[in-house]
Design a protein around this ligand. Structure first.
Ligand code: ADP
Ligand code: MG
Length: 261
C-alpha cells in the first residue's frame, strides 16, 4: 500500500451512469468511488455487463457520467469540453484493449508512434523511444511488419508499448489477456507490470482472470453499481483461494476519495 500523503493518480467520486433503453433508464453505476495511487497495480473485476468498460470510458473521459467526478492527478475531467478531455486523454492516459486495436494499415512502428503523432510532430527522439520500447517488448526488427503478420501475443505486446510510448501517468487495460492463451497472457502482463511499475505508473486492469487479479496490489469489484475493495486472490491451491471465503472476507464499499485505510 502506498503512503497516504501521496496524492492519488486517479480519484473517482460518487460516479453514476445510466443508459437509456427505449423510454427506460438502465442504471449501470451508482455512486462508484475509488482512489488509486502512483505505482499501484489495481485489478477491476465484475461480471460481464456490470459496467467495467463503462467505468474505464468515464475514467478516460471518452464518456461522461450522469453525476460524480473523475480526477486524474488532481485534474477534474468534469466540466471539461469533449475536446479538452480528448487532449487530456492523449497526454495522460494509455490504453490496452482485449482485441489489441492496432490499425491494420499501419506498420508496427507507425502504430507505436501514433499516440505521439496525435500530439504533434514526430522527432528523432520519439523514434528512438519507440525503438527502445519495441526492444523492451521483444519485437526489435518487426518495425516494418503489419499487425496481421504478428501473433496475438505479439500484437498485444505492440499495444502495451503503444500504451506507454507517450509516458502517460495512468494506464487502463480492458481485459488485456482475455484473448490470449494463459502463457502468452502471463507474458503480456509481465511486460505491462514491468513497464508500468518501473516508471511508477498507475495501472488499472479489467480482468476475469484470477491469475491476473492475484498479481495486483489491490482488487476492486463492481457490485450493484458500486466499487468494493476485496482481498487479492491467492494463487490456486493456497488455503484462502476458495472464492466463497474471499467473498466473506470482502470489505465494505470503497470510501470514495478518502484513500486507502
Ligand atoms: P462490462 O465491461 O462489465 O462487461 P459494460 O460496461 O460494457 O460491461 O456494459 C454495462 C452495461 O451497460 C451492459 O448492460 C451494456 O449493455 C450497457 N451499455 C454499455 N454501453 C452502452 C451504450 N452505449 N448504450 C446503452 N447501453 C450500454
Ligand atoms: Mg467490458
Amino acid at each position: 500500500m502506498v503512503a497516504h500523503s501521496i496524492k492519488p493518480a486517479l480519484e473517482v467520486v460518487g460516479l453514476s451512469k445510466a443508459y437509456r433503453e427505449g423510454d427506460r433508464g438502465h442504471t449501470i453505476l451508482k455512486g462508484a468511488g475509488m482512489a488509486l495511487y502512483p505505482g499501484e497495480f489495481v485489478a477491476l473485476l465484475g461480471p460481464s455487463g456490470s459496467g467495467k468498460s463503462t467505468l474505464l470510458n468515464l475514467v478516460s473521459g471518452i464518456d461522461v457520467p450522469d453525476t460524480g467526478e473523475v480526477r486524474v492527478a488532481g485534474t477534474s475531467l468534469t466540466g471539461m469540453t469533449e475536446r479538452d478531455r480528448t487532449l487530456f486523454r492523449r497526454r495522460h492516459i494509455g490504453f490496452v484493449f482485449q482485441f489489441f486495436n492496432l490499425l491494420p494499415t499501419l506498420t508496427v512502428e507507425e502504430n507505436l508512434l501514433l499516440p505521439l503523432e496525435l500530439r504533434g510532430r514526430i522527432g528523432p527522439a520519439d523514434r528512438e523511444k519507440a525503438r527502445i520500447l519495441l526492444q523492451r517488448v521483444g519485437l526489435s526488427g518487426r518495425e516494418r511488419s503489419f499487425p496481421d503478420r504478428l501473433s496475438g501475443g505479439e500484437q498485444q505486446r505492440v499495444a502495451v508499448a503503444r500504451a506507454l510510448v507517450h509516458d502517460p501517468l495512468l494506464i487502463l487495460a480492458d481485459e488485456p489477456t482475455g484473448n490470449l492463451d494463459s502463457e502468452t497472457g502471463a507474458a503480456v502482463l509481465d511486460l505491462l507490470e514491468e513497464l508500468a511499475g518501473s516508471a511508477a505508473k498507475t495501472l488499472l486492469v479489467v480482468t476475469h482472470s484470477n491469475d491476473v487479479a492475484g498479481r495486483a496490489h489491490r482488487v476492486l469489484r463492481i457490485r450493484d453499481g458500486a466499487l468494493v475493495e476485496t482481498p487479492v486472490p491467492r494463487p490456486t491451491g493456497a488455503p484462502t483461494s476458495d472464492p466463497s471465503l474471499q467473498e466473506a472476507a470482502g470489505s465494505g464499499p470503497w470510501p470514495g476519495a478518502t484513500g486507502p485505510g
